[in-house]
Write a protein that binds this ligand. Structure first.
Ligand code: TPP
Ligand code: MG
Length: 654
């Protein structure tokens, strides 16, 4: 290692350890061990610029091992991002710019909120897919307008996660050659040595998944790391994992031991670290030489490349006018979303499952919007949802239909990555009951308010014959209690179309849309114009209002029929279609009062799912608080009491 590299690396090490000790919180192990890896990446490879940190063609760096956050913050500080030494000193403190784990759109330069291990790795696969698709779409023989790498730093823990295996397997299959994973291989994790839990060879495993594998034997040797990254960049057909042997907590008295993973060092430990590294710079100081080195090798290099790229873009705009127009629209997320009334219209009284409608809307929107990309977890034939232009892969990088295989968790994380890249709207689809398998990725999207689209079919026990393992019960409650997640459960084709259009138009939240397996009737009472309010009056009785049914999905029709029966007997009951509790909760008090007047307390909520989410709106709930049972659909409604008769009776019982 050259003396300046050594000086920079030791700065990162000691400053990181001292910040962690001063706030008595954080993970010194990875900072001390992996500093040379990220120093090499940032100063010799990563194309980023603090002056335009959302530069479309920047390299993406994902710290999948999010517990190393202070290392990233220090690197961004040195790289000219608006993170001051004071911000670094307030690491993990209330309201600081430098939270415990990296948070997207909170700290400049952070590309993804990470911390849940494995998630960053899997999301990076989506970033690499987005890059390769846009590269195929826009690059010309004389102008590679889209040309960047996706880098990941991961640790042993990341690689142990199932989501990582799923994503790595798909990345290898897809030949994502611009994905480069730097694996901080220190043989140690939180609870002890990795060998206590793992036996397999990472090399053999990744090679078997069609990855390049490169080993760096000395994680302190920046030149060896640099050579490995250069080699990885040469790959044209495979993603690369570089296993870099490091020593956790390098320089600390307990280096190489799990005790250094997440425990701040005491004063003696810090003193010994300084002695071992021969480091004499005062605490919280950075030598000018280090700043100068980063200025030259990250900031200036990045600025030069960004300027060159802007020139390329200018050339491109002149030579390829039409492509440039589309490229700009994509880059600035300016692709027009068709309005509801441009979609195929459904006649009142027609009958169709909402999953079919969902699939048709995705097809229709994909034909109008070149920025939609996604697919399903081996369930296209069931969810009816697929991307356009054929199957995405090496043979067809312009395909917008991703065959995710039965890898729900990675599917969702990858779809987050596609959306996160910028320019594309990622969607994915599966059976609603298996949304359990991908919930952690929806959670990351929710924390980030990333507008990923999650489409599910088979929304209730009406799945029927497949039985309790396939019949969702508690999943509606799960998504409805997640902050920032908008769950739509449309009642018919009209509501479904309106919900889909709404979801593609907005850029603020992840959306979950659930559809029926069974046919439902297109109702006269549904109102697509009101879908954005979350709830509206679908049926108003002729008689004086005395009660309310609150419902959604396929149960809306049943409630309307029950209300009509009550109306014919002189009992005035309104039916509220609550397609999205999330959106209804956002309405002002007067709208809420209009829909659910507080003096009307006789209310019955009706949904074929866990009753829990409904007590907010009604003190009586007809729900399903048990797991289902295998039987043909024709017995389901009777079995669980979801008939017009029972809904009518339940109201009368109140
Ligand atoms: C999904 C998930 N499970 C558990 C954790 C808690 N956790 C954070 S780091 C870590 C140890 C990971 O080991 P490794 O990746 O080898 O990190 P190192 O100790 O080498 O820094 C654990 C269990 C987490 N952040 N995410
Ligand atoms: Mg480790």
């Amino acid at each position: 290692m050259s003396s300046i590299d050594k000086k920079c690396v030791n700065t990162l090490r000691v400053l990181g350890a001292e910040i962690i000790s001063s706030v008595n919180s954080g993970h010194p192990g990875i900072v001390l061990g992996a500093a040379p890896i990220l120093h090499t990446l940032f100063t010799r490879h990563l194309n980023i610029t603090p002056t335009d940190h959302e530069w479309f063609n920047r390299d993406r760096f994902i710290l999948s091992a999010g517990h190393g956050s202070i290392l990233l913050y220090m690197l961004l500080h040195l790289s000219g991002y608006k993170i001051s030494m004071d911000d670094l000193k307030h690491f993990r403190q209330k309201g600081s710019l430098t939270p415990g784990h990296p948070e997207w759109h909170h700290t400049p330069g952070v590309e993804l909120s990470t911390g849940p291990l494995g998630q960053g790795f899997a999301t990076a696969v989506g970033l690499a897919i987005a890059e390769s698709f846009l590269d195929a779409k826009f690059n010309k023989y004389d102008n590679n307008i889209l040309d960047h790498n996706t880098y990941v730093l991961c640790g042993d823990g990341d690689l142990q996660e199932g989501v990582c295996q799923e994503a790595a397997s798909l990345a290898g299959h897809l030949g994502l050659n611009k994905l480069i994973v730097l694996y901080d291989s220190n043989d140690v994790q939180l609870d002890g040595n990795v060998e206590l839990a793992n036996t397999e060879s990472v090399e053999a495993k990744f090679k078997a998944m069609n990855w390049n594998y490169i080993k760096v034997t000395d994680g302190n040797d920046c030149d060896e790391i640099d050579r490995a990254i250069n080699l990885a960049k040469e790959s044209t057909t495979k993603p690369t994992i570089i296993e870099i042997k490091t020593i956790i907590g390098y320089g600390a008295p307990n280096s190489g031991e799990s005790s250094i993973h997440g425990k701040p060092m005491n004063a003696e430990g810090i003193a010994e670290l300084r002695k071992n590294l021969n480091y004499t710079i005062a605490p919280f100081q950075i030598d000018d030489e280090v700043y100068a080195f980063y200025k030259k090798n990250v900031i200036d290099r990045g600025n030069t490349n960004c300027t060159l790229w802007n020139k390329m873009l200018n050339d491109y705009s002149k030579k390829y006018e039409d492509d440039f127009k589309l490229f700009s629209d994509i880059m600035y997320n300016d692709i027009n979303v068709p309005a509801y009334n441009e979609l195929p219209q459904y006649e009142v009284g027609s009958s169709e499952s909402t999953r079919k409608v969902m699939g048709k809307v995705v097809d229709f929107l994909s034909s109008k919007m070149p920025n939609i990309m996604g697919g399903s977890a081996d369930l296209t034939a069931s969810t009816m949802v697929k991307g356009a232009d054929g199957i995405y892969g090496e043979a067809n990088p312009l395909g917008r239909n991703i065959k995710f295989g039965v890898r729900e968790h990675a599917m969702a994380a990858i779809t987050n990555g596609i959306t996160l890249h910028g320019g594309l709207r990622g969607f994915c689809a599966g059976f609603f009951v298996f949304s359990d398998y991908l919930k952690p990725a929806v959670r990351v999207a929710a924390i980030m308010k990333l507008p990923t689209l999650f489409f599910f079919s088979h929304d209730t026990v009406c799945v029927g014959e497949d039985g309790p393992t396939h019949q969702p019960v508690e999943q509606l409650a799960m998504f409805r209690c997640m902050p920032n997640v908008n769950l739509f459960r449309p009642a018919d084709a009209k509501e479904m179309e309106a919900a889909m259009v709404y979801s593609f138009k907005q850029n603020e939240n992840p959306t979950v849309i659930v559809s029926t397996r069974q046919n439902v009737t297109t109702l006269a009472e549904t109102n697509p114009d009101k879908v954005s309010y979350g709830a509206y009056v679908a049926y108003e009785p002729k008689n004086k209002l005395e009660g309310i049914y609150v419902t959604c999905g396929s149960e809306l029709q049943l409630c309307i029929e029950a209300a009509k029966k009550l109306d014919s007997e002189g009992v005035g009951v309104r039916v509220v279609s609550m397609i999205s509790q999330f959106l209804f909760d956002k309405q002002d008090a007067s709208y809420k009062e209009k829909i659910l007047p507080s003096n009307i307390t006789k209310r019955l909520a009706v949904e074929m799912g866990a009753s829990m989410p409904w007590y907010k709106y009604a003190s009586n709930v007809l729900g399903i608080d048990e797991y289902g049972a295998s039987m043909p659909l024709k017995y389901i409604h009777e079995t669980y009491g979801f008939t017009v008769e029972n809904i009518y009776n339940k109201y009368k019982e109140i």
